[in-house]
Write a protein that binds this ligand. Structure first.
Ligand code: ATP
Ligand code: ATP
Ligand code: MG
Ligand code: MG
Ligand code: MG
Ligand code: MG
Length: 256
């Protein structure tokens, strides 16, 4: 096609190419979900349906983007890990982030009704996204440990906060009660005042969700209508500890 005289404006575009041979982490996070969760009356501290919807969106992203080997989610955020060799969009940062964040967001709206059949979506949710590059396997392990530790710290705090509020304290009073308390103080408060053993709460709330791909066999018919075994990737969800070595030893295919 002949070029128009306007074509030169293309030269003003700039691309950032992510460094080759580094782990890529794309983290997306709900924009203003404090308000969004209020407006849609999420159960506090953890609305199971909202977490399941987040996991569903992450699964859809993982199936669509083949280079993602693992995803970790908690609250209104998800981290997608792309393998070092990933050459998606020639590693153009803006293309990778925007594709993942928009896929995730459209799935959130698309699947909303399935997870909240009795709740209208009052306004369109949005997510932000960023990319981080990690040169070593150790850095990536530490990144994931950081997110899971954050999940634990926030969940312990939020469990105490909402137990206090549900018992009749105002939000300001609950905040004051918790100011300066240690992790063992919080465990003790839950146990002595509310008879809650923190470690008995669902693992999904305490540890977040880990999504990995697993190859499974399935039966299909070939051109001659003969049954054959084919392989496909399915996404598995677990809520285990990923800070210690056990999970990684059980998944050598992740090469971490
Ligand atoms: P920002 O736009 O800066 O990310 P934010 O309001 O989304 O602001 P976050 O720090 O991301 O702030 O926190 C997300 C908030 O969303 C949590 O504090 C919590 O109130 C709420 N939230 C997210 N998921 C759930 C859930 N499954 N159940 C209950 N509340 C949730
Ligand atoms: P990429 O993912 O690289 O953007 P693409 O298939 O989206 O690939 P584009 O160059 O963005 O390629 O072109 C979008 C195509 O979508 C158009 O060529 C056209 O075929 C189709 N399309 C978009 N909008 C319309 C429309 N309103 N009516 C009919 N076709 C449309
Ligand atoms: Mg944020
Ligand atoms: Mg947020
Ligand atoms: Mg968040
Ligand atoms: Mg296009």
């Amino acid at each position: 096609m002949a070029k128009s005289k306007y074509e030169y404006v293309k030269q003003f575009e700039r691309d950032y190419f992510l460094i080759p041979n580094t782990w890529l982490v794309i983290r997306i996070d709900g924009r203003g979900f404090h308000q969004f969760s209020d407006r849609h009356q999420f159960e506090k501290p953890n609305d199971r349906r909202a977490l399941d919807l987040m996991n569903k969106c992450a699964e859809a992203v993982m199936i669509e983007i083949h280079d993602i080997i693992l995803a970790y989610g908690q609250s209104d955020e998800f981290s997608f890990i792309l393998k070092k060799e990933c050459n998606l969009y020639g590693r153009r940062e803006a293309k990778i982030i925007s594709t993942i964040v928009s896929l995730f967001t459209s799935n959130y709206v698309f699947h909303w009704k399935k997870y909240f059949p009795d709740k209208e979506l009052h306004y369109p949710p949005s997510f932000d996204g960023r990319a981080v590059q990690y040169p070593s396997d150790n850095n990536l392990r530490d990144y994931l440990s950081w997110r899971q530790a954050d999940c634990h710290i926030n969940n312990l705090y939020n469990t105490c906060f909402w137990a206090l509020v549900h018992s009749g304290k105002t939000e300001a009073e609950a905040e004051n009660t918790l100011r300066g308390t240690s992790s063992s103080d919080k465990n003790e408060l839950l146990y002595s005042s509310f008879n809650i053993n923190y470690n008995d709460l669902p693992e999904m709330y305490r540890k977040g969700s880990i999504l990995i791909k697993q190859e499974v066999d399935f039966k299909a018919l070939n051109q001659n209508e003969v049954e054959v075994i084919r392989k496909k990737n399915v996404v598995m969800i677990t809520n285990v500890d990923i800070i210690r070595n056990k999970f990684w030893e059980e998944h050598p295919e992740l090469k971490l």
